[in-house]
Design a protein around this ligand. Structure first.
Ligand SMILES: Cc1cc2nc3c(=O)[nH]c(=O)nc-3n(C[C@H](O)[C@H](O)[C@H](O)COP(=O)(O)O)c2cc1C
Length: 166
């Protein structure tokens, strides 16, 4: 164990350790200033504050969509259900049209919504912090919808299903 400025842990060791933190899976969508839709699979997402209602998401600065979140200053978080593994896979690929074949709607402000998610959160960017090779986006939740479904889980580098015992 080491805490300090000198780097002691390899990328591989770090990734392996962090892969044991089980998480849900989200897809976060927005539009850039020219109106082009963007979306990216994100597991680095969590609730931050109740008053005001804040969430945070960490986006790799190298992704093709990073600039769009900063430009638009608003996005939609989809917490995926177990029936949406293909949605996670599609938005984790550098495809030309990530939205192809997706059931879509729009928010009043024109942001793309993938229908059928476990939870949908419409968010407004409050602050953008530097986080190494990622940006930490802090956003206020403006509205939410919740569906009755089981969550998609990511653990040790693979998708998992949760047994709720029902
Ligand atoms: C399960 C899963 C979780 C991911 N979590 C994140 C994340 O939290 N932040 C991130 O920047 N990329 C994450 N990624 C990687 C991006 O989804 C992927 O690099 C995506 O293709 C980047 O978008 P781009 O094609 O616009 O560059 C994740 C991928 C998977 C499969």
């Amino acid at each position: 164990m080491h805490v300090g400025t000198k780097r002691m842990i390899s990328n591989e060791e770090f990734r392996r350790a962090m892969s044991h933190f089980a998480s849900g899976v989200t897809v976060i969508t927005t539009r850039d200033a020219a109106g082009a839709p963007h979306g990216i699979t994100v597991s680095a997402f969590c609730s931050l504050s109740v008053e005001p209602p804040l969430v945070l998401a960490c986006i790799n600065k190298m992704t093709g969509s990073h600039y769009a979140f900063i430009e638009r200053r608003a996005f939609v978080v989809h917490i995926l259900g177990e029936h949406q593994r293909h949605v996670s896979e599609q938005f984790a690929e550098p495809l030309l049209d990530k939205f192809a074949g997706m059931p879509l709607q729009e928010t009043e402000s024109g942001l793309p919504v993938i229908t059928g998610a476990l939870v949908t959160l419409e968010c407004s960017l409050v602050q953008n912090y530097d986080g190494g090779d990622h940006s930490i986006l802090v956003a206020e939740v403006k509205s939410s919808t919740v569906n009755d479904a089981k969550p998609l889980i990511y653990f040790r580098g693979d998708y998992r299903l949760i047994d709720l015992g029902d």
